[in-house]
Design a binder for this molecule. Structure first.
Ligand SMILES: *[C@@H]1O[C@H](CO)[C@@H](O)[C@H](O)[C@H]1NC(C)=O
Ligand SMILES: *[C@@H]1O[C@H](CO)[C@@H](O)[C@H](O)[C@H]1NC(C)=O
Ligand SMILES: *[C@@H]1O[C@H](CO)[C@@H](O)[C@H](O)[C@H]1NC(C)=O
Ligand SMILES: *[C@@H]1O[C@H](CO)[C@@H](O)[C@H](O)[C@H]1NC(C)=O
Ligand SMILES: *[C@@H]1O[C@H](CO)[C@@H](O)[C@H](O)[C@H]1NC(C)=O
Ligand SMILES: *[C@@H]1O[C@H](CO)[C@@H](O)[C@H](O)[C@H]1NC(C)=O
Ligand SMILES: *[C@@H]1O[C@H](CO)[C@@H](O)[C@H](O)[C@H]1NC(C)=O
Ligand SMILES: *[C@@H]1O[C@H](CO)[C@@H](O)[C@H](O)[C@H]1NC(C)=O
Ligand SMILES: *[C@@H]1O[C@H](CO)[C@@H](O)[C@H](O)[C@H]1NC(C)=O
Ligand SMILES: *[C@@H]1O[C@H](CO)[C@@H](O)[C@H](O)[C@H]1NC(C)=O
Ligand SMILES: *[C@@H]1O[C@H](CO)[C@@H](O)[C@H](O)[C@H]1NC(C)=O
Ligand SMILES: *[C@@H]1O[C@H](CO)[C@@H](O)[C@H](O)[C@H]1NC(C)=O
Length: 781
């Protein structure tokens, strides 16, 4: 999708250039006025249509407008939003970045109120309003259908839904391309006007909310060359009429909840070059007749219920009359078999797929040895996703592969014990995951030279040792580096400001953290996830936090860090997760921390903090789910304001010097009062991101979700209050018994008096309760 955006942008540029080169043609005045009327009826916050001005009525020069080169009539309107970025995958990560902070501003930056103005542009042939918000323009279909010459209509991401007055006079006689993808249509009977478009060549209905069977009326659209119905919940099997579409080149039925089997008639669609049936519930065998599809360049069968061996699939795919010596499947460029139950070994004939660029066999149950033979003719391979199998790579140490990869994921293979030095030959790698591959070696120094090009590097869960050099030259923005759970030693490396995710936890890193924080202070840091937990870092963490404003998760736990939390930590206004657990931090919590009002987790237990628990914790941190202050030297009363933390699920103030009584307002802890589990911190990351984000982005998000899952799995399990080992006095407030979701309550080692509240017996979720070592009296209820 991003590629096509760029293509359109490029096309537009060329159109504009072509037109400007031809100075003879001028805009038809009435059409210029129509466009100005239109402009009045839309909201354009980013002022993209600044060039549309009465002062210069030559509308053929306006942004997004293309006139016919001889008549001057407006022929094309391209008003979709563009991504500014060049590289496709950077766009994705940036989209992710933006969406993370709720500013999904990359679409919907035009709000269109109505489309009546269109009728003044009768010769319009191409209309592209993708990403303009048409939710208010209820007349859209009516108005657009009045354009007799329209051949291409693109309304993707327009926030359209199917609610419209019934209408029978829709006459799009020249429409050949229709894109309604990524809207909210639900009812396929809304499509009645589409069923009559017999000349349609390209139809995209993907990522709506269509339900029920694939509408049978689509069977008349036999001119279709491009059909995309992916991302809907069609509850049906693959319809037989589809196999009669003799012009079909591109077919995407991925993610459609389709059931049943693939009929051998699929071999009748001989014009097909690209078929996507991934992520359905399709069963049984991949039919042999697929092999008739000799033009097939890309086939995606991921995420179904197939369990053949690869040679069987190759056999199915290799019916073409091309002798073995040239390599069968000779046109295949992409093969996606991810997430099935394909077993057996990877056959050496794989190496004959000389055109193959992209192979995804992730998450199957392949086993055995992969050797150089498997890549004999893999000259064109650029993408290899093969993680989650039980494969072992055995190649010579000085192997120079025939390919230059961009993306390589071998997670959980057996690559060790030596570091796979053939990687040094891969000059174009952007994405590398060799985590958990039994490598127990030092990294060859030249490997770090490659790192400048990485957008994603995962070396985690190995036994890699040695020092990490500074990696300042990361060229891609928002790159991610995970080298956790290894034996890296020495001091923290300095890191490029472009890195947005860095996990060096669970290593042998030592020394201070200041040089890391203050490196290139003039650059603002993209870092949003920083994990140095479980190392041997020491010293203070003073200074330079002002530059780290993008942080949303910071883990410095399990080190030897000391000193107080610096005031500048208050600049971390997006911070959601702060872990300083098990260090030697001391002093009071600085009041600047109250700016971090997005905190969900505050975990500063096992340190030497002093002073009273600040009341602003209760007032400011309204999203807090975990508050862990245990094993410090906090003193004074438990502030009543803490009771405002209605999302709190874990409150651990144990082992401090708190005194006074337990506040009676504890019944305000709403999250603890119910049995329902919140989604915890996870919830906060689930912002609408748009549907077309690629696998890369998905995996990035999954990672982040995964990280939070670590905490949230505990969250799902535990709702607890631990106030033990303090000097709390007075009675146990009976309000505590309204916390029906509480699983664990520990008030031991205090000087509480009086009776245990009777109602305690109705606290249905309690699994553990400890009131020991107090001055309680009376009966145990
Ligand atoms: C006008 O555009 C048509 C195609 O749209 C092209 O064939 C023709 O050469 C163009 N004429 C000029 C003068 O650019
Ligand atoms: C489109 O605009 C309407 C208000 O006009 C708004 O409620 C809706 O959320 C917008 N849609 C999107 C996807 O932003
Ligand atoms: C549809 O439009 C075409 C071309 O403008 C015209 O010939 C035809 O009569 C129209 N049909 C209807 C039903 O309006
Ligand atoms: C779809 O729309 C048709 C016609 O308006 C209606 O009869 C039908 O019940 C709708 N189906 C669903 C599932 O809403
Ligand atoms: C589909 O085609 C058949 C036969 O050509 C015709 O009877 C039927 O009305 C058509 N359906 C639609 C929805 O156009
Ligand atoms: C599919 O639709 C049928 C009939 O509407 C229904 O009985 C069946 O449960 C549905 N299956 C799924 C998986 O939704
Ligand atoms: C596919 O082609 C075969 C042989 O030409 C034919 O017998 C079969 O009916 C076709 N299938 C469909 C669904 O048209
Ligand atoms: C693969 O799985 C099939 C069926 O599950 C089984 O019959 C076959 O023996 C397996 N092959 C290997 C090599 O394990
Ligand atoms: C790195 O790989 C490990 C598994 O080997 C995974 O758990 C972790 O989430 C990955 N890190 C990133 C940043 O993707
Ligand atoms: C690798 O990087 C180091 C340090 O940046 C540099 O001195 C060395 O020349 C580089 N080597 C190559 C082959 O690029
Ligand atoms: C960060 O990324 C940008 C854009 O890719 C690049 O221009 C810049 O040089 C990079 N900065 C560093 C320090 O690598
Ligand atoms: C790091 O470990 C290597 C051996 O694995 C050792 O030679 C080196 O001195 C260590 N460096 C530091 C700074 O501890």
């Amino acid at each position: 999708m991003y590629a096509s955006l760029r293509l359109i942008a490029l096309t537009l540029t060329i159109f504009l250039w072509l037109f400007t080169a031809d100075s003879e043609v001028r805009c038809i005045e009435s059409e210029g006025h129509a466009l100005l009327t239109f402009k009045q009826h839309l909201i354009d916050p980013s002022n993209r249509l600044a060039s549309w001005a009465a002062a210069d009525l030559d509308c053929c020069h306006w942004f997004g407008v293309v006139c016919h080169n001889r008549t001057g009539h407006v022929h094309q309107l391209h008003l979709r939003s563009f991504f500014p970025d060049d590289a496709q995958w950077e766009a994705q990560f940036q989209a992710y970045e933006r969406s993370r902070f709720g500013g999904s501003s990359y679409y919907n930056n035009l709000y269109v109120m109505n489309l009546q103005w269109l009728s003044a542009l009768p010769l319009l042939q191409h209309l592209d309003l993708c990403s303009a918000n048409l939710s208010k323009a209820s007349d859209w279909l009516q108005e657009i259908s009045k354009l007799p010459s329209l051949s291409e209509l693109r309304l993707s991401y327009c926030d359209l839904s199917g609610f419209f007055p019934p209408m029978h006079s829709i006459n799009f006689s020249s429409l050949t391309t229709l894109d309604l993808s990524s809207n909210s249509f639900e009812n396929t009977s809304f499509l009645f006007w589409v069923f009559g478009l017999h000349y349609l060549v390209s139809l995209d209905l993907s990522y709506n909310q269509f339900q029920g069977p694939i509408p049978v009326h689509l069977q008349n659209l036999t001119s279709l060359r491009h059909l995309d119905l992916s991302g809907n919940t069609f509850n049906s099997s693959l319809p037989a009429w589809l196999y009669t579409f003799s012009h079909l080149e591109f077919l995407n039925l991925g993610n459609c909840n389709l059931q049943g089997t693939i009929s051998s008639s699929i071999g009748n669609i001989t014009s097909a070059t690209c078929i996507d049936l991934s992520y359905n519930e399709l069963e049984a065998k991949v039919p042999r007749s697929l092999g008739n599809l000799c033009n097939l360049r890309e086939i995606k069968l991921s995420g179904n219920k197939w369990s053949p061996e690869i040679p069987e699939i190759f056999k199915s795919l290799s019916g073409c009359p091309i002798p073995w010596s040239i390599g069968y499947l000779s046109s295949l460029r992409s093969l996606y078999l991810e997430s099935n139950q394909i077993n057996g070994t990877l056959p050496p004939s794989f190496g004959q797929l000389s055109k193959l660029e992209c192979l995804n066999i992730k998450s199957n149950i392949l086993e055995g040895v992969v050797s150089e033979v498997h890549f004999t003719n893999s000259m064109r391979l650029t993408t290899l996703f093969a993680s989650q199998n039980q494969l072992t790579l055995e190649v010579r140490n000085n192997w120079i592969p025939p390919f230059q990869l961009n993306f390589l994921i071998l997670r959980s293979w057996n690559l060790g014990p030596r570091f796979p030095s053939w990687l040094l030959s891969q000059k174009r790698l952007k994405y590398l995951d060799i985590s958990n591959t039994r490598v127990s070696d030092a990294v060859p120094p030249l490997f770090w030279n490659l790192s400048s090009q990485f957008g994603y590097l995962n070396l985690s869960h190995n036994q890699i040792y040695g020092e990490i050099p500074n990696i300042p030259m990361i060229l891609s923005t928002s790159s991610m580096i995970d080298m956790s759970s290894n034996h890296f030693n020495g001091s923290l490396p300095c890191i490029s400001s472009n890195v947005s995710f860095l996990d060096l936890s669970d290593n042998l890193l030592s020394g201070s953290i200041s040089h890391f924080l203050c490196y290139k202070m003039n650059e603002s840091k993209q870092m949003s996830y920083l994990n140095f937990g479980k190392n041997f870092l020491l010293g203070e963490i003073i200074g330079c936090w002002m530059r780290w404003q993008n942080l949303f998760a910071l883990n410095l736990g399990n080190n030897n860090l000391s000193g107080s939390i610096p005031t500048s930590a208050g600049s971390l206004i997006y911070l959601q997760s702060l872990h300083l657990y098990n260090n030697k931090f001391s002093g009071k919590l600085p009041s600047s921390l109250k700016n971090c009002k997005n905190l969900v987790t505050l975990d500063i237990g096992k340190n030497e903090f002093v002073g009273s628990i600040p009341s602003w914790i209760g007032l400011r941190f309204s999203s807090l789910v975990i508050l862990s202050l245990h094993s410090n030297n906090f003193s004074g009363y438990i502030p009543k304001n803490l009771c405002s933390l209605t999302s709190l699920q874990i409150l651990d103030l144990s082992n401090n010097k708190l005194f006074g009584s337990i506040p009676r307002c504890v019944n305000n802890f709403n999250a603890m009062a119910t049995n329902k589990n919140s989604n915890g911190p996870l919830f906060l990351f689930e912002q609408p991101i748009g549907l077309a984000l690629s696998m890369l982005l998905d995996s990035a998000l999954l990672v982040i979700k995964g990280k939070f899952l670590e905490y949230s799995t505990t969250l799902q399990l535990v709702k607890s209050i631990d106030l033990s080992k303090n000097n709390l006095s007075g009675k146990i407030p009976k309000e505590v018994t309204s916390l029906q979701g509480l699983q664990s309550l520990n008030l031991s080692f205090n000087i509480l008096k009086g009776r245990i509240p009777d109602n305690i017996v109705v606290m249905g979720s309690l699994e553990s309760i400890d009131f020991s070592m107090n001055l309680l009296s009376g009966q145990i209820p």
